[in-house]
Design a protein around this ligand. Sequence first.
Ligand code: NAG
Ligand code: NAG
Length: 369
Amino acid sequence: MDRMAFSTPPIIRRPPLPLPPPPSPPLLICLLSFLLFNLHPVTTATTATAGSIRLGIILKPTLDVPIFQEAPSFPNSETCGPDKIHVAMTLDSNYLRGTIAAVLSILQHSTCPESIEFHFLWSRFEPLVFSSIKSTFPYLNFKVYRFETQRVRGKISKSVRQALDQPLNYARIYLADIIPSDVKRVIYLDSDLVVVDDIAKLWEVELDNKVVAAPEYCHANFTKYFTDVFWSDSNLTQTFSGRKPCYFNTGVMVVDVEKWRNGGYREKVEEWMSVQKQKRIYQLGSLPPFLLVLAGDIKGVDHRWNQHGLGGDNVEGKCRSLHPGPISLLHWSGKGKPWLRLDSRKPCTVDHLWAPYDLHRSATQHLEE
Ligand SMILES: *[C@@H]1O[C@H](CO)[C@@H](O)[C@H](O)[C@H]1NC(C)=O
Ligand SMILES: *[C@@H]1O[C@H](CO)[C@@H](O)[C@H](O)[C@H]1NC(C)=O
């Protein structure tokens, strides 16, 4: 997995500042806040917010070179009511550029951007990731939550692509346990996508008593998501009896988190992960156990809400073109990520649809030149 420029700060050509070093060593401050943060593990929204505010204040002075350009504020229109839209995403330095583009795209196309509350799940405290979000979106309504990766350690089986085996990929299984219980519905989104329509339309889809709503693909060959070991074991295949399973992508889901909790869906997905540990019943990461539990039992959503596969396949990441039809969301699932391909100067045509949402400094500076 390619690392972002994040870990290696960009080289800024300017004369050295004649200022004396800051009175307190920034490293010590980071360390202190790290310790403080870890003494109060982020499990609820309240502590997350408290932790966030403190960290924001402490860390800001050390971040004199923001890597992302600040986004403008996006005010609500007069028609907006008090209702909130809850969006959950994961957060880590590898995908930060994608997350920031996704957030910008959502705000930009929203009639009620101030009504959107973002719930970010991260596996470890990364001060620069936090301060990047804070400085890029000073007005953003968001909370961060710690996803305890121990929850999935030992449950993950090696897949065809290493990036799929990151514990954070599995965080969506625990989403309902992590976010506050007064949140009843959440839109879960991957970080390699942009929304080009008002997300309120997705938020308002009818769930018809289902636990998940997502675009379904009944023409996709469902067989290939599981191995022969699975298909030849009738004890296992009977999980699909009484439903017509269709592929759906877990990178865009509307989830009734209350139903998810009460119906024990986390446990159901975990059970399949433990079957996978014993017999290899699939090749991909966190997607197949979702299909085993939910395929054929979700509420279908218009395909415009997940134009997926733009990253190409999982092995080569070849260029793909758009499927016909209207588009509300573009998703670079697969191996290729638009920011990496744009940086390599060998982008696919579809990557130019992602570029306008890229707030990364080197990208914007390049445009200004
Ligand atoms: C679906 O995929 C399986 C396994 O790869 C293959 O054997 C089968 O022929 C495919 N079916 C169709 C209709 O393409
Ligand atoms: C299926 O389940 C039955 C009863 O639990 C068991 O006897 C049988 O060995 C199982 N078959 C396979 C292929 O695991």
